[in-house]
Design a binder for this molecule. Structure first.
Ligand code: SF4
Length: 263
């Protein structure tokens, strides 16, 4: 009996103070399995392509490419989530999976251009007219849109031209975050266009409000006011990116005409 008491005194208090104190875990203990990875989500509809994320990424997890054919009919396609496995020091080791929103992304401008010409001539039997509305843009997007008419980009080779009136337009091209002062003008322009018609949101501002966002003066994107058929990312999108997006929208107009005549 005396020996037992002596041993107890020698051993002292063995009860752990967890959770008041951190639990000391044996290195051989097997707890929750972890895949030691990191997810990075990029929204091209918000991105102004400044490149700062790539500069800050010392392990090259993010890099800037020259890819510009990003236009899509589905806003969710502009949101990408990449999953990286990590090194012990938490730097990125390997790009695992890249997940997009649902739907497919159309990237082949040649095929799209060919189809666009066919669609315009077969379905419309005339050239396609675009009405452009600046809904609060910084004019950066307009500089690129104006370049579509120069001899280098020459959008008329596709049978596409800009119209002075919405009453003659098949396509509405909108730049800017849609300021509250421009909301009514944009709606009136849309309503003045004959059916069927397509709407294209240009640039980060047109897609999401861009650097202006949503606030007392800005609605935060064209789809807050109108149904958007095609989104063209960029800040501003370069002329080729605009052509790619416009040709996609021509395909969408063809679909609408098909449905209208099939009725
Ligand atoms: S997307 Fe960029 S370039 Fe275009 S209007 Fe907005 S801030 Fe200007």
């Amino acid at each position: 009996m005396f020996k037992i008491i002596q041993k107890t005194i020698r051993t002292g208090i063995v009860t752990k103070a967890y959770p008041a104190e951190l639990a000391h875990i044996s290195e051989h203990f097997r707890g929750r399995p972890s895949n030691d990875s990191r997810e990075v989500t990029v929204d091209y509809g918000l991105c102004v392509f400044c490149g700062l994320c790539a500069e800050a990424s010392s392990d090259k997890a993010v890099r800037i490419t020259q890819e510009f054919e990003l236009a899509t009919k589905n806003r969710r396609n502009l949101v990408l989530t990449a999953e990286y496995t990590l090194n012990a020091d938490r730097t990125h080791r390997q790009l695992g999976t890249v997940r997009r929103g649902s739907g497919s992304v159309e990237t082949d401008a040649k095929i799209v251009g060919q189809k666009a010409r066919e669609t315009i001539h077969k379905v419309l039997g005339r050239s396609l007219a675009i009405r452009e509305v600046d809904a609060g843009s910084c004019n950066g997007c307009e500089v690129e849109i104006v370049a579509l008419n120069n001899p280098i980009h020459d959008i008329e080779r596709f049978g596409i031209q800009f119209a002075a009136s919405p009453r003659h337009a098949d396509m509405l091209l909108v730049t800017g975050p849609v300021t509250r002062n421009m909301e009514l003008a944009l709606l009136k322009t849309y309503r003045a266009m004959p059916e069927p018609k397509v709407v294209v949101a240009v640039g980060a501002c047109g897609i999401s409000g861009g650097i202006f966002g949503e606030n007392y003066a800005s609605l935060g994107g064209v789809d807050k006011v109108l149904p958007v058929d095609v989104y063209i990312p960029g800040c501003p999108p370069r002329p080729q990116a605009l052509i790619h997006g416009i040709l996609l929208a021509v395909g969408r107009l063809g679909e609408k005409l098909y449905h209208e005549r099939g009725r």
